[in-house]
Design a protein around this ligand. Structure first.
Ligand code: T4K
Length: 826
């Protein structure tokens, strides 16, 4: 059964999104052997993970790193075949590495509080075995910032080597707030295994303050070659390949967020697991791979049953590191194992709980509750219970859902909004949604896209103004919109940063999840059923508010009942009919060209007066290779007059456009046809067709206004080779039910706008449903009052600018408190 909270849920950087880095590797033609990507990783690691101290060596995994470092330390101590002194409570890799380095593990007991090597036991064994101890290999247990100064002193006093197994410590900060191990006088070995917080796939790094030591280890990791192809040191192949270095670089950009998130989980666990014994920790922060705790002694024998019971409750639990080294057959045969009563007890009682990148502190509290209840211990006190309820669940992380976050960030309210937020997105990332799948230009300007980040008070967003994807948008500043396909990388980059901000504030971004339905309970809160797409796991999340940002579609059932000039469009046109969404999508024009292939002067009729209709016409006209339209080959059938947008009365008049009155002017902006007017590419087409300011209409296009009983329209439909229905979009809404599972009937179900002027979703009677909001394509929003818009406007207003500003703000106001009235008061 799929678990809601798996013990480990590796989240390495998405290889599918690292095309640029992989292309660099291909272009360089260097795949391994200390190539440019590995070198860059090592330099960046030193700078960013080790405060610029010493040097760093990337290796193929931490076990190989330990083998090299242990061998080097033993040789340098002049004790190549002695003991490697290590704690019993660690992973097998520590002892295996010592064996492979030609040493004998000397296994000591652990400290009952911090569970790392017991200082008294180490001292006693050093006294007992003297120079036979070649190397001490402490383990920085579960990412803990153990006392390195003590080992420095032991090394000096006993002439012994030191190598620290810090497999889980990338991201840990010591008491001084310095990265754990930075500038250490001996080798510290970290893992980049997929299951670690610094998740890559396989890989590791060795860091030391002593750069000559790192150089020696680098030579050992490459067959012991200090000079080309001439072995002078013991060695083997431990090199990290270039593609993994590209992945590790991407993780480096993310590790601060990951570590901070995990530290928050640890804090929540510690508070909530009160009755259980926890590890004593050192340092300002650690980056846990999972959360360890001790079961009460009386329950040690029932650990297996407890883990099974937790699994039945959706919680994956484990028992790292049980059996400990001294209990494993290989080490019982090959190592010197001293008595380990503390390690025996800790290993018998240890339980490992999930601490994954996608969890929030509330999840940790939830798991803690499950653990305590399963153990029959006191329930978690009400005060530290999971905020059983989010403030808001946003369904859809595409352009509209993320625009809501952008709006909050522009007002400095992202933390406030995100703290109690769950953002649910079907795909694996938030940002562009389906937008980049269209072959057309945006009806938003390049400046509108960029306004999400330029001067944004959140530094991580403002920094995106210099991002390559922002530059790609900037290139379209003087053009009629941005090709939607080119907007994807920018929207995704913004999405990624917004997602990080949400998680920073304690919210949760659930990518790869789908909302199935939502029920409103008697208290007005929403129970949203969610499905994790990777394995079908279903669960329910609760919130006070729900925002639907799932975009729009062109439903077939609406097409079926569509009448044009008194006739059924489907019945009249049959298989010559396409919907505009299909035409506008990438590849859509190829389908049109196929359908029209062989026709000498093909005739296409586009039905509709919306931006999608005009955009369809514009796309058909600029098809390459061109579709050979003759005169009036493309006819636009529309009902309402087509109006261009003007930024002022003067600019309209200057072009001789006078077809407007006082009700057509927005009182706030002074714009003419601010909402009804076509923009950018569609506007240019309308201006041409209306012959404004001396423009010559395109002879291939004809306009025809449809009336109710209109034989000319029917004749056009009958003669067309292809008819494109561009009837606009209807909102996509998940099923909503009330407490008795009765479907909530929405105005949108019968074709009316989905939302009111406060972006609240309305029922059949036009009444807003409390705590329910809508944003995005087809939401049906009409600005009013303070927000402006022309009085004559009939229809819905859309667009990125509105979502990132007025519309977004209305919803943020709504979900953060009932400030809607003030916001829209005229
Ligand atoms: N020193 C210490 C103290 C260590 O803990 C380790 C590694 C090392 C040294 C050596 O570092 P590396 O040489 O690995 O760089 C896992 C890891 O494989 C191991 O790296 C880690 N310690 C150890 C604590 O845990 P297992 O035996 O628990 O792995 P496995 O296959 O059972 O996976 C654990 C869970 O993770 C499973 O539920 C499945 C899940 N998983 C795993 C992988 C690899 C995924 O969902 N996806 C994946 O890609 O050893």
């Amino acid at each position: 059964m799929a678990l809601r909270y798996p013990l480990l849920a590796p989240r390495p950087p998405r290889a599918s999104r690292l095309g640029e880095g992989f292309a660099r590797v291909e272009a360089a033609g260097i795949y391994s052997n200390n190539g440019p990507e590995v070198r860059r990783l090592e330099t960046d690691m030193t700078t960013r993970m080790f405060a610029g101290r010493g040097a760093t060596l990337a290796v193929a995994n931490a076990t190989l790193g330990l083998m090299l470092a242990i061998r080097e330390a033993a040789d340098r101590a002049g004790r190549p075949s002695g003991y490697a002194l290590m704690p019993a409570f660690t992973f097998a890799a520590t002892a295996q590495a010592a064996l492979w380095a030609g040493l004998t593990p000397l296994i000591c007991d652990i400290d009952p509080d911090d569970w790392s090597a017991c200082a008294a036991a180490e001292d006693a064994l050093l006294a007992e075995h003297g120079e036979r101890v070649a190397v001490i290999v402490p383990y920085a247990t579960f990412g803990n910032a153990i006392d390195l100064a003590r080992y420095e002193a032991l090394a000096a006093r006993h002439g012994v080597g030191v190598v620290v197994d810090a497999a889980t410590s990338l991201g840990t900060l010591d008491d001084a707030g310095m990265p754990f191990g930075a500038g250490a006088p001996f080798a510290i070995v970290y893992s980049m295994h997929a299951t670690k917080p610094f998740a890559v796939a396989e890989g590791g790094v060795i860091h030391a303050g002593d750069t000559a030591l790192v150089d020696r280890l680098r030579a050992m990791a490459s067959f012991g070659f200090e000079a080309p192809r001439s072995a002078s040191l013991p060695g083997f192949n431990a090199k990290l390949p270039e593609v993994l270095a590209v992945m590790a670089q991407a993780k480096l950009a993310d590790i601060e967020r990951v570590s901070a998130g995990r530290a928050r989980l640890e804090a929540a666990y510690r508070e909530a697991l009160g009755p259980l014994r926890m590890q004593k920790i050192y340092g300002r922060r650690r980056s846990v791979g999972f959360m360890p705790a001790l079961l009460p002694p009386a329950l040690a024998g029932r650990r297996g049953a407890i883990i099974d019971a937790l699994s039945a409750r959706g919680v994956g639990a484990g028992s790292y590191f049980s059996p400990h080294l001294g209990q494993q057959p290989l080490f019982q045969r090959t190592a010197l194992v001293t008595p380990t009563p503390v390690a025996d007890d800790v290993a018998a009682r240890i339980i490992s709980l999930p601490a994954t990148d996608s969890m929030t502190p509330a999840d940790a509290v939830e798991i803690a509750r499950a653990v305590l209840e399963t153990c029959g211990l006191a329930r978690v006190p009400a005060t530290s219970r999971a905020p059983a309820m989010a403030n808001v669940i946003v369904i859809g992380g595409g352009p509209a859902g993320t625009a809501l976050l952008t709006a909050a960030s522009k007002d400095g309210r992202i933390d406030e909004l995100a703290a109690g937020m769950i953002l649910v997105e079907r795909s694996d990332f938030i940002g562009s949604g389906r937008l980049a799948r269209y072959a057309i230009n945006s009806d938003s300007t390049a400046a509108t896209f960029l306004s999400a980040v330029i001067d944004n008070p959140e530094p991580s967003l403002a920094a995106l103004a210099d991002h390559p994807s922002a530059r790609a948008i900037e290139a379209h500043c003087d053009a009629l919109g941005v090709p939607l396909a080119a907007s994807g990388p920018f929207l995704d980059a913004v999405g990624e940063r917004l997602g990080a901000l949400v998680e920073r504030a304690g919210g949760s971004v659930m990518t790869g999840h789908e909302a199935l339905d939502a029920t409103r309970d008697a208290n007005g809160s929403w129970h949203v059923r969610l499905k994790r797409r990777s394995d079908g796991y279903r669960f329910t999340a609760r919130s006070r508010n729900l925002v639907i940002a799932t975009g729009g579609h062109q439903p077939l059932d609406r097409l079926v009942v569509q009448q044009v000039a008194g006739a059924s469009l489907v019945a009249r046109v049959g298989d010559r009919l396409m919907q505009s969404d299909e035409v506008l999508a990438l590849g859509g024009l190829d389908r049109v060209a196929d359908l029209l292939a062989g026709k000498r002067a093909p005739r296409v009729v586009v039905v509709g007066g919306s931006t999608s209709a005009l955009t369809t016409v514009a796309l058909l006209l600029r098809s390459r290779p061109g579709i050979p339209f003759g005169a009036s080959g493309v006819t636009l059938l529309h009902r309402r007059p087509l109006r261009p947008f003007y930024s002022s009365i003067e600019s309209a008049r200057a072009e001789g456009f006078t077809d407007f009155g006082p009700d057509d002017i927005c009182p706030v902006s002074g714009f003419v046809y601010r909402l009804a007017g076509f923009r950018l590419e569609a506007r240019e087409l309308v201006l041409r067709m209306l012959g404004i300011d001396g423009r010559a209409p395109d002879p291939r296009v004809a306009l025809h206004r449809v009336t109710d009983d209109d034989p000319a329209t029917l004749a056009l439909l009958d003669r067309a080779d292809l008819v494109v229905a561009a009837m606009g979009y209807r909102p996509r809404i998940l099923p909503l039910t009330d407490v008795s599972r009765k479907r909530l009937l929405l105005a949108a179900d019968c074709g009316a706008p989905m939302v009111d002027d406060g972006c609240r979703i309305v029922d059949r009677a036009g009444r807003p449903i409390p705590g329910l909001y809508g944003i995005g394509l087809a939401a049906g929003f009409v600005p009013s009052g303070r927000l402006g818009g022309e009085k004559s406007f009939r229809g819905q207003a859309n667009g990125l600018w509105l979502w990132q500003n007025d519309v977004g703000r209305l919803i943020v106001d709504g979900v953060l408190g009932d400030r809607i009235a003030a916001a829209v008061a005229a």
